[in-house]
Design a protein around this ligand. Structure first.
Ligand SMILES: [Zn+2]
Ligand SMILES: [Zn+2]
Length: 149
């Protein structure tokens, strides 16, 4: 039976009660994750303090506070080099990806980071979310239609 080994694929809500609709579902290698729960976990980790990062990047809370300017809307604007697309760069790395990996965890292969705040230079982990490239492009199109992003 097709999908028979993944009976929870029939569920319409995650264990915490968030809907598994198109916008809230992250498909990754035949399993799905609730993005609202992902975000809640990221917020929780952030509230608990900073965690050591994975090599080769060796970040620290001090590294991020020294390289960002906090604004009233909660964004951590990258204070270092900004590339032609508007993204913060540290060496050849994208600063917001470093921040996500440092504060939240590894970015699954093939997924990209979306800025919930539509501020490309922002590296606040709470404003970052892993999405598929497809969702990222669609959100960008919607944001541009509304005159932001
Ligand atoms: Zn959930
Ligand atoms: Zn932001």
């Amino acid at each position: 039976m097709k999908g028979g080994d993944r009976c929870n694929a029939q569920k319409t809500h995650c264990p915490q009660g968030h809907p598994y609709d198109e916008e809230n579902t992250l498909w990754y290698r035949n399993s799905r994750r609730c993005k609202a729960c992902d975000r809640a976990r990221a917020n929780q980790r952030y509230a608990q303090g900073f965690k050591p990062t994975t090599p080769p990047f060796r970040g620290s809370a001090e590294f991020f506070s020294a390289h960002t300017i906090h604004s009233q809307d909660g964004c951590w604007g990258w204070a270092g080099r900004i590339d032609g697309a508007g993204y913060g760069r540290w060496s050849r790395h994208l600063a917001h990806r470093l921040s996500y990996e440092f504060h939240v965890g590894p970015i699954p292969e093939g997924l990209v980071i979306d800025h919930l705040c539509r501020n490309r230079s922002c590296v606040n982990p709470v404003h970052l979310e892993v999405v598929t490239q497809k969702v990222n492009v669609r959100r960008g199109v919607i944001a541009r239609a509304n005159g932001v992003g």
